[in-house]
Design a protein around this ligand. Sequence first.
Ligand SMILES: [Zn+2]
Length: 487
Amino acid sequence: MKYLDVVITLLLSLLFTIGVGYEDTILIVGGCLFLALIFLSSKRWLKWLLIFPIGLIATLYFQTGYIYGHPNIGIIASLFETNKRESIEFLFAIPLKVWILNIILLVAFSYYLIRVEFEFKWRKLAFISGCICFYFSSLSLFLSHCYKSTEHYIKQIEVLKNSIYQTANWTILNVKPRYKTYVLIIGESMRKDYMSSYGYPLNTTPFLATTPGVFVNGYLSAASHTAVSLPRTLGVSRGLDLHPANNIITLANAAKMKTIWLSNQGFIGDYDTAVSAIAVHASEKHFLKKGNFLTNNTSDYALLPLFKRALDQPYNGSKLIVVHIMGSHENFCDRIKKDSYNLKDKDLSCYLSTYNQTDTIIKTIINDLKATQDSYSLMYFSDHGLNNVSTMKGKTQLVHGDLYKQNYEVPLIEIASNIHQHTILNKQISAFDFMSIFSDWIGVKTTQLPSLSIYQLSQNKNIQVLSGNKMVSFKSLKNDPDEVIRR
Ligand SMILES: [Zn+2]
């Protein structure tokens, strides 16, 4: 029955287009796919050699694409660097609706491959039209985004791997550290606007909301995924280009500081995650997760005794302790010991509870620092934000994404033994300048890098962020449709 075949092919084209993340242009790229599938349906060899393999990849990508959109370097990096536990967490977090759509897609695709066959009088013309339509279709766009993102990702991993064996070429002009202990806490998936310290009505960060410190309101992460954002924040970089041998750790080492890296994030294999290529330069490193197998879901609290030990180690000069937490990483309910808010919106409740947990961790670390009686400074920032993809009212589903301002609007905070006031600094600062901020913070001057404090950095109104595979103006991004209640 031809009528049924048309309907199924149309449904298949729509599901493919949504599932690989092009619903914005569904009429064009979905329409092209529909025409291509009709025109090429009688060519059996083409169906099995071209449409089948691409369609199969798209079917497997469906759940990722439905939630996170079309492939970009961040998604590809996450796919490569996610361990088994995270994959299982991801599969469990997928709403039932997405599973059902995925199954419908699979059934429609099988039906199309086996049953649908339209014969045309002008066979050659139909074939050529089919090929042209396919070229402009969502599946072809998907393939090209997959290819480009993987290419970028492989290039980035190569650069990062090579950097492990390179020595940094810092030329130190002058070293004058102001503090005995430096602590850098790297947060995860924390949006600024859900923090009470930045005005959220629920008191999600009670310690940060009142503690003396400098709170930058306008700090923007370099990119929207950990593996893409952190090598660009913690190392010298320009857009897609990376020079990771010159990073915060090699700079602190060159300044004769003791460098200690404590992490609750994965350390898969040897040095294959983007962040471990930087961590590896530290004189001491402790990873709570060793990657590979079903890694245990360790709480960030487990970092605290390690921190205390690192702090107590005697050392003559200044120390840099980096604490890389799991923070607010999806799935939020797995990150916390208890839900502090018990909101009806479970996902949001757990997400906000992770804020509370991170706030407590920062508070504990500050108390440990105070107890030493030595001078200290602590910086905290988050690697990127998230955006809400839920279409249901009263239900939040925050995920990684790169299309919204909130994917980049993150906290940057300094708390130090000589800061006695709670100050909000309204200024747009890019994480691409973090190396300069860091260099000023630890009191090091080099020939390679201007060292500038958050006060000295000029207000930059045209900050670019890495979105997908390219640099885009932050201003051009939309607001998350479910942007939280603002001050
Ligand atoms: Zn992240």
